[in-house]
Structures are given as structure tokens and as C-alpha cells.
Design a protein around this ligand. Sequence first.
Ligand code: FAD
Length: 355
Amino acid sequence: MLPERSDVVVIGGGVIGAAALHYLVELGCRRPVLLERDTLASGSTGRCAGGVRTLFSDELNRRICDESIGRLERFADEVGQELDLRLWGYLFLLDDPADAARFAADGARMLTPGEAHEIVPQLDVDGLVAAAFDERAGYVTPDLVVQGYARRAAALGAHVEQSCAVTRIVSEDGRVVAVETARGRIATERVVLAAGVWSSELFSLPLERERRHMFFTEDAPGFPQELPLTIDFATGFYFHREGAALALGGREQSLDDLAPVAVRRLPALAELGIRSSWWGWYELSPDHNALIGAARVPEGLVYATGFSGHGFQQGPVVGEHLARLALGLAPVFDLSGLAVERFERGEGRRETNVV
Ligand SMILES: Cc1cc2nc3c(=O)[nH]c(=O)nc-3n(C[C@H](O)[C@H](O)[C@H](O)COP(=O)(O)OP(=O)(O)OC[C@H]3O[C@@H](n4cnc5c(N)ncnc54)[C@H](O)[C@@H]3O)c2cc1C
């Protein structure tokens, strides 16, 4: 049964909604409700590579991700769920001297192509000018993070409702008064909109969407066990270990198109069969930085989406931020520069280190 009213309703059960729900409870909100149209982590979060890193061009993203990684390291203690966080680094392969200069200026640990080859002996480093190694980086299973947050919040009184789509955010006199769902209405003055790429169906936001595919190989015993998440920065092709196998992805929209790009940098892939694949949506903003803030109208609505490929790793910090905004508490991070009004003011802040 859906409750008739709630102090805060969270829309969407991906990493952002689940983290927001967790922090709402931690910050003293009694019985917040999370409504998920399908099942928890069934959107972009469950389809993502689970990568976490600190090498961003926008220093705010560096700080958000550094703090989020810290929270993932403490997750078992703070949230009660063991994670499989593998901080084996991110290796950015660079073929453009301008990119290399930018990464170096951002303080990255720079390597020669030969040093990159020592870390991943299967690489073809021809044409590379440098590599940037991000040591405080790696990946984790996204589903564990979402389930951990949701389970903990539910144990402390939150209500999680799956298979329950929100059809409308209802407002009167410029203020949120309720959400309507396919299964009834919940009266509320505060809504956390965390519906990923679908957020703009409920509230106007400048969001574009793009399919991103991932492929999983058969076992790859010859590769280093503690393989960094390795990215060919110019093409967006990346790979990491997935158990005994490899996971790989890129911008191409089919395996036929990705294969030549991937094999060019990693010839050993030509010998490995592909066992499975999936795809998910990237939620893109105009400047490839997140859209996070409180709506001017209707009052009571806070939102976060548009992460442009790095939303999973911002979940812990952004979830807390949304919970604080919804409860009227002082934020820990000043994320006001990420509010959607930046585009009206012509103050887009481009993140260039996107994968
Ligand atoms: C292939 C791929 C690889 C990626 N790799 C990385 C990576 O390595 N690192 C990283 O940080 N990010 C990565 N991302 C991006 C990351 O997945 C997203 O930025 C992040 O998961 C967004 O989380 P979210 O909670 O905002 O959205 P979602 O996970 O999409 O959650 C939104 C939820 O809202 C629900 N919903 C939608 N509409 C409604 C409604 N009307 N009512 C109720 N519920 C609704 C959906 O069912 C969904 O579960 C990747 C994405 C893809 C596709």
C-alpha cells in the first residue's frame, strides 16, 4: 500500500535516488518514500561500468569524486553492505599533446607510452604521446551500492515502492503538493527528482540521451589481474577486468563498429570471443557537467541528473546534497554552480575529461 502522504518523495531508484533516500533517513527525515517505476538499479546505474576516479578537468568534480570514493571505502561500516571496490587505477592513453599538457597541468601522474605498456603489456602504444595514471580510481558493482543504500534506509523506516511510476508532479500556487502515480496519489511538499534520463518527462531540463554499449569477453588469463580501467582517450574505447574476463565499451553503437577501434589499441582482443553485452542510457547535459539544484518553480522540487557519463561515482555526495536541499539543511559541498540556471546566465562549465 502506498502511503497517503510523506515528508519527502524520491522519484527513481538508481544510485542518486537510493543515496538520497539513505541520507534523508540519516538526516532525520521520518518515512521518506522512494518510487521506482521498474526495479531498483534498472536504469543507467545497473548498466554502468561502475568506474570511480578523481581525474576531472573541473576541480569541483575532483572533490566530489574524491569524497565519494572515501564513502565507498567506508561503505561496509557506514551503510552495512560489503562492496567489491577495486582501486586498481585509471589509465588514460593520450595521443594528443594538448590533452597530455592539460592532464599534466591538472596534476595527473604522467607516464611515457613505454611505462603504460609495462602496466598493460597487451597494449599497442603506437601513436601515443603519454598516459595519465589516476591512482585513486577503480570500479565497483553498482547494484551493490544501490541495494546497500535502499536496504539500510528501509530498515530505518523509509518506504521503497518498486513497479510504481510517477506520472505527474502536482503543484499549486507554484509549490509542490503531491505526486501522482499509476497506483494513486501521495501528498507531499518535497520531491527529489532522480529519474535519470527520464527526469525531463516530469520537469523541464536540458537533457539529451545517448545509448552506450558494454561487451563482456570470455576469460582473459593473459592480462594482469589488477588491470587498471584503461581508456583510449581520443576514441573513448575502454576496458577493465570483469572477474576472469574483460569488460569493454566505447562510443560506437555496435560491436562491428567498436571492434576495429578496440583491436587497434588492444590487438589481443581479436583472439577473445564476446560472451554477452548490454546497453544503457548516458544522460547528457549541454556542458557535460551535472544538473543539480532546487527548482525555482515549483518550490519544493530538487533534482540531479545530466551527469554525462560520471553520475554513478557522484552518487554518495550528490545523494546527501539532495537530501540536505530537500530538508532545508546547509549543504556540505557548494554545488550551486551546477544548477540549471547556469545556462540562462551563459555560465556553462565544460567538463572535458568525459569518457
Ligand atoms: C554503459 C554505461 C557505462 C557507464 N559507466 C559509468 C562509470 O564508469 N562511472 C560513472 O560514474 N558513471 C557511468 N555511467 C553513467 C551512470 O550510469 C549514470 O550517470 C548514473 O547511473 C545515473 O544515475 P541515476 O540514479 O541518476 O539514474 P538511473 O540509474 O537511470 O536511475 C533512474 C531511475 O528512475 C526510474 N524512473 C524513471 N522514470 C520514472 C518515473 N516516472 N517514476 C518512477 N521511477 C522512474 C528508472 O526506472 C531508473 O531506475 C555509465 C553509463 C552507461 C550507460
